[in-house]
Design a protein around this ligand. Structure first.
Ligand code: DON
Length: 576
C-alpha cells in the first residue's frame, strides 16, 4: 500500500503470511496530567487501526495535526460512518475505553430502548417471536447513541477543535470516496434489506444495483448532517428538523422512536472494568456490555488452571480456553442493563467464584453445557456487522472504540433527509425468553426489553498495559467478540507475539449454548480437531471469527499497528 499522500503516515501492508510489524520511532513517553483535563500528546506520532483505509487515514491526519488519541479515534469513527456504512454509524451506538493521562475511563453510548418499548413487543398473539420483527425496519431500532457519544468523548478528552475532528468525515461524504470491493459486496449481500426502504435504496442501490467498486460515492445529505454536527454538536441531529425527520421516518415504517426519545438520550461515563491478566493491567467495558466480564472471568480461570505454562497452540490450551468460555457465557445469562442485571463483576470476578469455576473444569473431557449452570446466587453466526478501531498516540494515550448498527446496515431504514441508517440493536435484548438471538445467544430476564433500558452487548473494546507498554484492541463478531479479543490479547501479553502475528493467528470460540466449538479450520490443523473430538467436543468450522484492529505503543515510543487479514481494514503508523 502506498504511503499516505503527505509522505509521513505509513499505511501498513497486510497479508495473512506477512508479519507486518512496521515499527516507527516516536518520542519518549511524557506523563500526562490528571484525568480531569484533556491531554495533548506531549510526543508526536501514533498508530491507528480500523476497518477502512479512508478512516485510518482520517485518524492519522488528526494525529498529524496535533490531535491526541481521542481526537483521532473520533475522527476515525466518523469517517467510518461515511465509508463503512454497514457498521460505522450515526444511527447506532457503541462503547469507548480510554486510557489517558495514565487513567482509564469507559464511555457507554449504547442505544436505549425507546420510551414506548415493552417486553412483549417482538412477540405475536401466540406468544412466539414474530420473525424479523426485532431485526428489520425501525421497530428494531434503539435510540441512537453515537451522535451524543462521540461528541462527549471529544468534549471531555479531545484537544483539537470539534469542527476539525469532524472535517475528514464531512469531506469524505461531500467530495466522495471510492467504493471498495468490500462495500460493494456488503451492499449486494444486504440488497433485499435495503431494497425494502426506498430512501435506503436511493442511496445504496442507485439504479437498483450496488454501486460498482471503484466508483466514487458522494453522500450530500449525510455531508449536510455532518456539517451541522460539526457546527452545533449532537443537537443538530437529536433535536429540530433532523430529529423530526428521524421520528417521522420511523413512524411511517412501523417504528416507535420519537423526538423526545432522541432528545433525551445521554451517554454515560462508567468506571472501566478493571482486572489483572498474567501480570498486565486491563481496562475493559463494563455492563451493559458483557464483553469485559466474559474476558475477565475467562482469564481468571485460565490463570488458576496453569494455562500460561502450556505450549502455545496446544490442544490443552484450547481445551482450557473453551471450558472457561463455556462457564463465562453461562454466567452471561444473568447479565443485562446495570439497573436490572442479576449479577456483575462483584459476583462473577470474585476470586472465590473464579476458583470454584476453575475447579469444575475436567482437564481431559468436554463438560456438556447442560451441566454448567449460571452463577447460583440469583433468582433467576456471522453475517452481521460491527466495527472496531484502536488508536494510540505519542504520549501513550490509547482509545478502543467498538461501534455498531448490530446487523449489517442495521434495520435497513435510511432516513432520507439526514442520510444515515437506523440500527436494529433491539435484537440484542432477550426479545423472547429462551430464544437465541441473531448470535445464537440465549439470554435471561435481566436483559428483557424495557423502556430506557440498554440492551446487553458482547462488545469488548479493551486496553491492556504493563508499565509504559500499552495495547488497544477489540473486534466485531457478536458473541465471538470477547473470545476473539481475549485470544489476541493473550498471544501478545503471554506469548510475546508480534501484534500482527497475534491478529493473524487462527481462532476458536465457545459460548455455552449451543454446545459446540466454532473454529477456523487452521486452528484445528495438525490433528488438533481429532483430539478435541475424542475429548467430547462438537466442532463447527466457520470461515472466520471476528476482525481485530489493534495498536501497541512499546516503552520508548515504538509503535505497532495491525489490521485483521480477515477483513480489508488498514493499520497505519505515524512516525514522529
Ligand atoms: O452489541 C453486540 O454485542 C452486538 N450488537 C454486536 C454485533 C456485531 O458484532 C456484529 N458484527 N459482526
Amino acid at each position: 500500500m502506498p504511503p499516505h499522500p503527505d509522505g509521513r503516515a505509513l499505511l501498513i501492508p497486510k497479508s495473512p503470511r506477512l508479519v507486518a510489524v512496521v515499527l516507527a520511532a516516536a518520542a519518549l513517553l511524557a506523563a500526562g496530567p490528571s484525568l480531569a483535563a484533556p491531554v495533548a500528546p506531549a510526543a508526536r506520532g501514533g498508530a491507528v487501526a480500523s476497518a477502512a483505509p479512508d478512516a485510518t487515514a482520517a485518524g492519522l491526519e488528526i494525529l498529524r495535526a496535533g490531535g491526541n488519541a481521542v481526537d483521532a479515534a473520533v475522527a476515525t469513527a466518523l469517517a467510518l460512518a461515511v465509508v463503512h456504512p454497514e457498521a460505522g454509524n450515526l444511527g447506532g451506538g457503541g462503547f469507548a475505553v480510554v486510557r489517558i493521562g495514565g487513567q482509564a475511563a469507559a464511555l457507554d453510548f449504547r442505544e436505549t430502548a425507546p420510551a414506548a418499548a415493552t417486553p412483549t413487543m417482538y412477540l405475536g398473539a401466540n406468544g412466539q417471536p414474530v420473525p424479523g420483527r426485532s431485526l428489520v425496519g425501525p421497530l428494531a431500532a434503539g435510540v441512537p447513541g453515537s451522535p451524543a457519544g462521540l461528541f462527549e468523548l471529544h468534549r471531555r478528552f479531545g484537544v483539537l477543535p470539534w469542527a476539525q475532528v469532524v472535517a475528514p468525515a464531512v469531506r469524505l461524504a461531500r467530495d466522495g470516496f471510492v467504493v471498495t470491493p468490500r462495500l460493494r459486496g456488503e451492499i449486494a449481500a444486504s440488497r433485499a434489506l435495503l431494497a425494502r426502504f426506498p430512501a435506503s435504496a436511493a442511496v445504496w442501490l442507485p439504479g437498483g444495483v450496488p454501486p460498482p467498486s471503484g466508483s466514487v460515492m458522494k453522500l450530500p445529505e449525510l455531508a449536510g448532517t455532518l456539517a451541522a454536527y460539526a457546527e452545533r454538536g449532537p443537537a443538530a441531529i437529536t433535536t429540530g428538523a433532523a430529529a423530526a425527520a428521524i421520528a417521522a421516518a420511523s413512524r411511517a415504517n412501523g417504528g416507535i422512536l420519537t423526538e423526545a426519545d432522541l432528545a433525551a438520550y445521554a451517554p454515560v461515563w462508567r468506571d472501566a472494568l478493571r482486572f489483572a491478566a498474567f501480570g498486565w493491567k486491563v481496562a475493559a467495558m463494563p455492563l451493559p456490555s458483557s464483553g469485559g466480564i466474559i474476558m475477565g472471568e475467562s482469564v481468571g480461570m485460565l490463570e488458576r488452571l496453569g494455562w500460561r505454562t502450556l505450549p502455545a497452540g496446544s490442544v490443552q490450551r484450547i481445551h482450557l480456553e473453551v471450558e472457561s468460555w463455556r462457564r463465562a457465557y453461562a454466567d452471561r445469562f444473568l447479565l443485562g442493563d446495570p439497573a436490572t442485571t442479576l449479577a456483575g463483576p462483584a459476583q462473577l470476578l470474585d476470586p472465590a467464584w473464579l476458583a470454584r469455576r476453575a475447579a469444575e473444569v475436567d482437564p481431559v473431557r468436554a463438560t456438556p453445557s447442560t451441566a454448567v449452570r449460571p452463577w447460583p446466587g440469583s433468582a433467576g453466526a456471522e453475517r452481521r456487522e460491527t466495527t472496531h478501531l484502536s488508536v494510540v498516540d505519542g504520549a501513550g494515550n490509547a482509545v478502543a472504540i467498538t461501534t455498531t448498527l448490530n446487523g449489517a446496515f442495521g434495520c435497513g431504514l435510511l432516513v432520507g433527509p439526514v442520510g444515515f441508517l437506523l440500527n436494529n440493536e433491539m435484537d440484542d435484548f432477550a426479545t423472547a425468553p429462551g430464544k437465541p438471538n441473531l448470535y445464537g445467544l440465549v439470554q435471561g430476564l435481566a436483559n428483557a426489553v424495557g423502556p430506557g433500558k440498554r440492551m446487553l452487548s458482547s462488545m469488548a473494546p479493551t486496553i491492556a498495559w504493563r508499565g509504559e507498554d500499552v495495547v488497544a484492541l477489540g473486534s466485531p463478531g457478536g458473541a465471538y467478540i470477547p473470545t476473539v479479543t481475549e485470544q489476541v490479547l493473550l498471544a501478545v501479553i503471554v506469548d510475546g507475539a508480534a501484534l500482527q502475528a497475534a491478529v493473524d493467528a487462527p481462532r476458536v470460540h465457545q459460548q455455552w449454548l449451543p454446545d459446540e466449538v466454532a473454529a477456523e479450520a487452521a486452528a484445528l490443523a495438525g490433528g488438533l480437531g481429532d483430539t478435541l473430538r475424542r475429548r467430547g467436543y462438537a466442532l463447527r468450522i466457520v470461515p472466520r471469527l471476528g476482525e481485530v484492529n489493534a495498536v501497541r505503543r512499546h516503552p520508548g515510543g515504538v509503535f505497532e499497528a495491525a489490521a485483521d487479514p480477515r477483513g480489508p481494514g488498514a493499520a497505519g503508523v505515524l512516525p514522529r
